[in-house]
Design a protein around this ligand. Structure first.
Ligand code: 57M
Length: 359
């Protein structure tokens, strides 16, 4: 919004010319989202406590979690609010991709909110049925994927990490892949959010990595030099990713161990849905499996555990899935699991960025 208000005045006030730069607007989007989170965090925590919007802890989980009963949840509302305000303030609102990613963030956030609300109403850790939730998520992701498919400026080629010459064109199949990535990312982040800061840390690192990818994909010269797909307009997604980084760090201030607030499904689903959408729109779809490797490992641990549990009549591969609970039950202290997962996320992000040159 600021761009549309002030840049046109740059003929009269030349210093307003700075607002044309994505880098500057990304920096201030990050700072704005961070400040909103810092300032509103304590207020929201108090409000949720007053409204008794506290986490229900399952009996069959790690014993150490029982003391978390009643921790304020739905903190994802703060993340979504900070990101939305900051993005609308600092990005160019005439770029379709901004509205697409905001729609997914709010849409998946609404699905998560309904799940959280149902858990609170039932006073149990069971929310809306998995099927209803999945149908809603697929409906949102499918709509977005079709909108992108029908956009003449958006390619249905898939970027394969390490191979610049291999760009398979999936045609309408891209709609299926895009839907899978968005819904998969949302649920992978959701599964991972089981320890203090365990989801927001890697998610913030992922958005920081895609901040770079979006900037490169939106710059015709640099994308040409790196031989990565140029997608006109995705440069503005740099601003959104900056807002996500700011909101993520701001939320982590209160979600770090011992957490004063949980993000809830409203947060985990919106973060993951937004991340999957960014990966698709920047044409860095597959590399999300590297950048978001922590989310992939967490999800695979669940798939293997549940699968083996069923085929082996109740035997387990892990002491408990997802893998963060397995490590807890092996004796790793919660902060040790969390920080080590952050370190792995940083390493994966660096590897992912390196693939831009290793191709
Ligand atoms: C999402 N939610 C946390 C919080 C957060 C199939 C099965 C693997 C599904 C899985 C599941 O239910 N996943 C749901 C994970 C929950 O966190 C809430 O949910 C939001 C995110 N969606 O924002 O509101 C609990 O996680 C802890 N937590 C923190 N700090 C945080 O910052 O400590 C969350 C955020 C919170 C709190 O305790 O209550 C969750 O874990 O449910 N189920 C599981 O993950 C369960 N595993 C399991 O059932 N394993 C079995 C299956 C696979 C056969 C097995 O391995 O034998 C575990 N989760 C819980 N208890 N709570 C174990 C049992």
């Amino acid at each position: 919004m600021i761009y549309h208000l002030l840049y046109p005045l740059s003929d009269t006030f030349s210093y307003f010319n700075v607002f044309r730069y994505i880098t500057l607007r990304t920096i201030y989007a990050t700072i704005t989202a961070l400040l909103i989170s810092f300032i509103l965090g304590p207020w929201l925590i108090r409000k949720l406590q007053l409204l008794h919007i506290g986490q229900q802890i399952r009996e069959d989980g790690p014993g150490s979690h029982l003391s978390k009963e009643g921790t304020p949840t739905m903190g994802g509302l703060l993340i979504i609010f900070s990101v939305a305000i900051s993005t609308i303030l600092w990005s160019r609102l005439d770029v379709e991709y901004i509205w697409i990613v905001l729609t997914v963030t709010l849409g998946f956030g609404l699905v998560g909110f309904m799940d959280d609300y149902r858990k609170l109403n039932n006073q149990s850790s069971k929310g809306i049925s998995g099927t209803s939730r999945l149908i809603a998520e697929v409906a949102i992701a499918l709509t977005i994927s079709i909108v992108l498919y029908l956009n003449p400026g958006f390619s249905t080629n898939v970027t394969i990490p390490f191979f610049k010459k291999i760009l398979p064109d999936l045609g309408w199949g891209y709609i299926v892949l895009s839907t899978f990535i968005i819904v998969g990312a949302a649920n992978a982040v959701n599964l991972t959010d089981g320890l203090d800061g365990l989801a927001i840390g890697p998610a913030t690192i992922c958005f920081g990595t895609y901040l770079l990818f979006a900037y490169l994909a939106g710059n015709i010269k640099i994308s040409g030099y790196l031989q990565i797909p140029y997608v006109a307009g995705t440069g503005e997604l740099t601003v959104f990713c900056g807002a996500m980084v700011g909101a993520g760090v701001g939320f982590l201030w209160y979600n770090t161990y011992p957490a004063q607030i949980f993000m809830g499904d409203v947060g985990s689903l919106s973060l993951g849905g937004a991340l999957g959408t960014i990966a698709v729109m920047t044409k860095q779809e597959i590399i999300l499996a590297i950048v978001g490797g922590i989310f992939i490992v967490e999800t695979i641990s669940v798939i293997f555990q549940v699968g083996w549990f069923k085929v082996s009549n109740g035997r387990r591969i892990f002491r408990m899935a997802p893998i963060h609970h397995h490590l807890e039950l092996k004796g790793w202290a919660e902060p040790k699991v969390i920080v080590r997962f952050w370190i792995i996320s940083i390493i994966l992000a660096l590897i992912a960025v390196s693939t831009l040159k290793l191709r």
